[in-house]
Write a protein of this length. Sequence first.
Length: 369
Amino acid sequence: MKRFISLITMLLVCAAVSAQEQPTFSGKMNKDDIREVCTAVSNWQIDNFANVKHNKAGWHNGALYIGMFHWAEMSNDQKAADFLMQVGKGQKWGLLSRSYHADDICVGQMYIEMYKKHNEEKMIQPLKERAFYVASHPSDAVLSKRDPIGKYSRWSWCDALFMAPPVYAGLYTLTGEKVYKDYLMSEYKACTDSLYDHDESLYYRDGLRIGVPEPNGAKQFWGRGNGWVFGGLPLILNNLPADDPDRAYFEEIFKEMAEAVVRAQDKDGHWHASLLDPVSYPDPENSGSSFFCYGLAWGINNGLLDGAKYKKALKKGWSAVVSCVHPDGKLGFVQPVGASPKKASYNSTEVYGVGAFLLAGVEITKMLK
């Protein structure tokens, strides 16, 4: 009976989504349509940024900034470029105070890209000082959410694999100082060894979630949590030299996850807050979904994924995410800040979802002739 009620609930939600979806933006994968919807989403976020409660240097916005940077570069969107420059200057290119916490270095992804574009040392000097100290003095705490020190000073949750690794990869490539990559590889492998499920090719959000079943009895694999990892891998690989021997490690994880991501997609192209129990979480979830679209497009573009196999899922996924964009450019169905599957709604949005959406739009555009 419970399963029947859950199925009815899911059908009702799908009907509600269809009723709310506006044919304002096309979800087709062509350059003009992508430019139109990405411009609208970017502009809406900039125009409403004063309402964002998160710290401007926090991870929430760090994910927004890296997506918006790549969007501005590809589209020559001066409004987005000016916004990012204003943010960087306003923060004096600084970081939040928790030196070892992966979240507090996420904004450095944007700083690195701004430095590569403008060649102003002040844009990355505070970042280099912080990252070099951490990499050369790694924490010896236990990597566990149960350890009072290690839960933050080590990469003990899968979100961390988006927040910090692209920064250390980028600094390694910029400076040639191997200490950055040594730290990246050590922490990434330790996190993966503790949280990656080789049977499902997905990550538990953290050690506290291992063995916690969903209502349908499946293992709990959080949609956005796996989106963080899958979306973070291209950013790492983009920041490593083409001949780096450690690329193979990340590429293998990426290809395994891609298969799991496609298996978890529903018939309408959506992904849900819980990847293996969509009936219990019937709403679409568009931060994870956008990261999945970004990763699939990147994998096809870079020859790691077979386009004939994966492009259908990408097309369905992009169309599904775009269908949740409001007429004014607000991206809906983004799960609020959390650490496990939770409800999203047509009116729920977040800056990190916008960043992921823009990354996806940029990468899909690259594959179009």
